[in-house]
Design a protein around this ligand. Sequence first.
Ligand code: NAD
Length: 493
Amino acid sequence: MKTKVQLKTYKNYVNNQWSTSKKTREIINPFTGNPIAIVPEASKKDVDGAVAAAREAFDRSPWRDFTAQQRGRILFAMADMVRKNAAMLAELETLNCGKPIVESEFDMNDTASCLEYFGGLATKIHGETLPVPDNALNMTLREPVGVAGLIVPWNYPLMLAAWKLGPAIAAGCTVVLKPAEQTPITTLEFARLVQENIPELPKGVLNVVTGDGPTAGRAIVESMQVDKVAFTGGTETGREVLKGVATSNLKKVSLELGGKSPNIFFSDADLDAAADGALFGIFINQGEVCSAGSRILVQQDLFKKFVGRMKEMMPRIVLGNPLNRDTKMGPLVSEEHLEKVQDYIEIGRKEAKLVAGGRRPSSKELKNGYFVEPTIFESDNQARIAREEIFGPVVACIPFKDEDDALQIANDTPYGLAAAVWSRDIFKCLRIVKNLRAGIVWVNTMQPCYVESPWGGYKQSGHGRELSLHGIEEFLETKQVHINLSERPIGWY
Ligand code: NAD
C-alpha cells in the first residue's frame, strides 16, 4: 500500500505569531516534480494584517527606542543563526529551487556575511552639520524610512532577502517580507529561527507573508501604510510596481530588475581563462542570474576558436541531482520557467545557429526534473535571444570587429545591470569600462559580488543600489534641522 508523505505545512509569520491563510500552495521540488511543503497563499487581507503589525511596531513599539548598537546586535544574532543552521538552510534552498548544493552553501555564507555587514553599519549611520550663512546650527538627521515592503525573486531566495532585510533593520525600519511564491521555504525557516533564537526582537518588526505577485505582492506595493518598497524581480513586474506606487501613496521604491549583460572578449585574452569565464558567466545557477553574461561578444578573428573551445568544455557542466556535490547544474526552478526557456530555444533555432545543447536530458535519473541542457547559439545582436532576458542556461555568442563595435553592441540593449571585458591590454579595458552603460563592470572575470560594493542597474535594469554604503541609503530619510542661535526677532515685518 502506498503511504502518503506528510508534507510540512508552514504559516505566515505576523507579529511574532504564525497565522494561516484561507488558500494554500504546494511547493514543488524541481528535481522530482513532487511537492515538498504547503505554504499559505496570502490574500490582500492577510497582507494588510502583516502591514498593520509592521506599522504598529514602527510607530509605537519598543523598536523605536532600540539604539543603533542594539539593532546591530540583532543582525549579528541573525547572521550567527544562519551560520549555525547553514547546512539545513542550504539543503532546503537546493530542494526548493534546484540549485547545486555547493552553490546553496555559498549563498548561506553570503547571507550571513550580508547580515554581519549591515549589523556593523547600524552604528555608522549619521548626519552632517552644514555651514549655513546665519547665526545657527544646521544639521541633518538620518531616520528610518518606516515600514518597508521587501519583495524577493526565486533565484537566490534567502540571500536576496538578506540584501534587503540587513539594511532595513540596520536603519530601524520594520518589514513585511514576501519571498517568491515558488521558493518561500528558507525565508519561513529563517523566521522560525528568529522567533526561537532572538526573543529580544520586538513583535511586528519582522513579518513574513507568502503568496503570489498579483495578490500578495500587489497588496504590499499598493498599501497606503507602507513607506517603501524594495523590489527585486523582472523588468515588466518592476513597471507594475511603479504603477502601484504611483496610484497609491508615492512610497519610496528601489528596483533591482533584469539584465542582458555583455561578456566581451578581445582576441588578446587568455583563451582558456576566457572560455572558462564565458561558461561561468552564463551557466552558474542554471543561468538564473540577473547579471548572467547572456551575450558573449567575441572579437571576429577569435570567434570560431572561442566558441569551439566553449563547446569542448561543455561536458564539464554536469547536470544532476542538485544535492550531489559534483553536480554543476540543477533543474530550472519550475515547469513554467522550463517552458519559457524552451520557447526561447525554439525561437533561437529559427533565428540563430545552434552550437551546443538545446535539448532536455534523456537519462532516467533526470527525467522528472525541469532540466534543460546548457545551450549556446551563434547570433547577431538583433535576434530575440540576444535582446530579451531568458533567465536560463541559454547564451547568444556575437562576433564584433573592434573596440568601437564591441561597445556599440554591448550598449545596444534596454538593460544595464552588468558587463565584463577580457583583454591583456589594460588601456583598452579601461576605455571599455568607462564607456559601458552598466551598474557593475568586471575586468578579466565575471560574477564576483561583494556586500561591500554596490549592486544595481542603469537603464531598465532598475533604480537605486543594494549592498554597500549605498544600500542603506534606500532605507533612510534625511531630516534637515535648523537651530537658530540668534535671540533677535526675524524682524521682517
Ligand atoms: P518576478 O518579477 O516574476 O517576481 C519577483 C517578485 O515579485 C516575486 O516575489 C513575485 O511574487 C513578485 N511580484 C510579481 N508580480 C507582482 C506585482 N504585480 N506586484 C508586486 N509584486 C509582484 O521575477 P522572478 O521571475 O521571481 O525573478 C526573475 C527576475 O528577477 C529576472 O528578471 C531577474 O533578472 C530579476 N532579478 C534581478 C536581480 C538584481 O539584482 N537586479 C537579482 C535577482 C533577480
